[in-house]
Write a protein of this length. Structure first.
Length: 184
């Protein structure tokens, strides 16, 4: 074998490169949608729909991979999204807070957002763009597959000058009596 054979420490480097490629590819997707649609809302909707399509597929991978227990409350589900799903797929763990007395509204606060690693700020003419709106769709799609209907939106965004990035999840139905789609 040549000197180019595998050496310890190479794997994390590869991992980093593929993450960078993913983040740059996401940026290219948003840039293309901005070319296709003049209106920020149309770009946001498109990203959300694409994310939804990813989420409905991702849930099988998530349930199989993480062998998670069935959640008994919205609060457990929100924690699972932040601590297991975000950690697994994005390498970050947002903090979770419940923002309604009814216990069905939660905020995920992202201190770091790898998807915007190469984005300085939004151009002035794109002030209403939710750059990471794909994430909302992913969460919505994944939740729907475990029979949890939810509204998921960006409530704050550092790219827009807010102090933090905050994703709001509002569960729309009572958690009791739902059935879960499960892998064997
Ligand atoms: C259960 O009660 O069966 C667990 C439900 C877990 C739902 C997890 C939803 C995953 C969302 C994926 C988001 C990925 C964001 C990068």
């Amino acid at each position: 074998m040549s000197n180019m054979s595998r050496s310890p420490g190479r794997k994390p480097e590869n991992h980093k490169i593929s993450r960078e490629l993913f983040v740059l590819t996401y940026g290219a997707l948003v840039a293309q949608l901005c070319k296709d649609y003049e209106n920020d809302e149309d770009v946001n909707t498109c990203l959300d729909r694409m994310g939804y399509g990813i989420g409905v597929r991702l849930i099988d991978d998530f349930l199989a991979r993480s062998a998670v227990k069935k959640c008994r409350s919205y609060s457990e589900t929100a924690d699972m999204i932040a601590q297991v799903a975000f950690k697994t797929y994005l390498g970050i763990t947002p903090s979770v807070s419940c923002s309604s007395a009814a216990g069905n509204e939660f905020s995920l606060i992202l201190d770091k957002n790898p998807l915007v690693d190469f984005v300085e700020e939004l151009p002035a003419e794109r002030a209403s763009l939710c750059y990471c709106n794909l994430l909302c769709g992913v969460i919505r799609g994944a939740l729907e597959m475990v029979h949890l209907e939810a509204e998921v939106t960006f409530l704050q965004d550092r790219l827009k000058g807010d102090a933090v990035t905050e994703i709001g999840i509002t569960f729309l139905r009572k958690p009791e009596g739902r059935k879960h789609k499960r892998n064997k």
